[in-house]
Ligand binder design. Structure first.
Ligand code: NDP
Length: 284
């Protein structure tokens, strides 16, 4: 039977640590403010934005909300982001994705100053990540590293296989596992004989976007399995990219859905907000 990696508990630990750090920073006169921009009123985006604001409130980070109508023009959004780049009281800028189809998402991401890019999506942040430099790390993969470390799964020297090569999960995950001295393989839809590759993994990270795709036949006995996927099953219950009931008896450790990777993304966003001011103590 696999050990459950409890993302809810670990994300709470991280938020509590950040809360203490933020309170210390406040005593030294350092305030943190996150600007959150939402365009339109997509219900899923509104839930994510609200959860981010709640997490800020819990930790002691100010959040400033910009709720713009669906028909907001691209130039108007660029102007807002540029004014927030200039605003010294704002430390982090988050534009909730996806944006409406008439707005070029890449242009907006590139408009955010790399020094305020708390989602870690700007090409400068991505470059810093691959170069091993200090900077904002993409939140979901950074959360997975914390899940592994805090639940005692050794990364160094081990075979790590990632299923999926998206810019927000698969690719930054590879960079972070390399940093931790894992031996990393990234697989995708053109990978030949996926099972052969995933069966080599001591640590298997699945971000494929296909409901319960990974079954026991893909998993080596004793592997740690991290499931990034979020879906609804036929009974409308949340489930992941991994078929939990099939894989759990084979794995040594596994993340559940919900309560695994999901809660970590916001915790790491909060960490990036705090990161934006680390080192400023005593300089104000
Ligand atoms: P994308 O759809 O952007 O990427 C999916 C990746 O899986 C692609 O690289 C694709 O390959 C690969 N793939 C698709 N089919 C196969 C196959 N049959 N065999 C091997 N590889 C395959 O997904 P995301 O990375 O954005 O998200 C993945 C999942 O994680 C989704 O369910 C999403 O909802 C969830 N998610 C959860 C988050 C959280 O906070 N918990 C955060 C972000 C995402 P190719 O490149 O060749 O097309």
């Amino acid at each position: 039977m696999a050990r459950l990696i409890n993302g809810k508990e670990i994300s709470k630990q991280i938020k509590d640590e950040l809360k203490e750090e933020v309170s210390g920073l406040k005593e030294q006169g350092v305030q943190i403010c996150l600007a959150v921009i939402q365009v339109g009123s997509d219900p899923a985006s509104s839930v994510y934005v609200n959860n981010k604001k709640k997490a800020c409130a819990y930790i002691g980070i100010d959040s400033r909300s910009y709720e713009l109508p669906e028909d907001t023009g691209e130039e108007e959004l660029v102007n807002l982001v540029e004014s927030l780049n200039e605003d010294e009281s704002v430390n982090g800028i988050l534009v909730q994705l996806p944006l409406p189809a008439h707005i070029n998402e890449d242009r907006i991401i590139r408009t955010i100053s790399p020094d305020k890019d708390v989602d870690g999506f700007h090409p400068v942040s991505v470059g810093r990540l691959w170069l091993g430099e200090k900077g904002f790390q993409s939140c979901t993969p950074a959360g997975i590293i914390q899940l592994l470390k805090r639940s005692g799964v050794q990364i160094e020297g081990r075979e790590c296989v990632i299923v999926g090569r998206s810019n927000i999960v698969g690719k930054p995950m590879a960079a972070l596992l390399l940093r931790e001295n894992g031996t990393v393989t990234v697989t995708h839809s053109r990978t030949k004989d996926l099972r052969e590759v995933t069966k080599r993994a001591d640590i298997l990270i699945v971000a494929i976007g296909k409901k319960q795709f990974i079954t026991a036949e893909y998993v080596k006995k004793g592997a740690a399995v991290i499931d990034v996927g979020i879906h609804r099953d036929e009974n409308n219950h949340l489930c992941g990219d991994v078929d939990f009931d099939s894989v759990e008896p084979v794995a040594s450790a596994i993340t559940p859905v919900p309560g695994g990777v999901g809660p970590m993304t916001i915790a790491m966003l909060m960490d990036n907000c705090v990161e934006s001011v680390r080192g400023r103590e005593g300089s104000q």
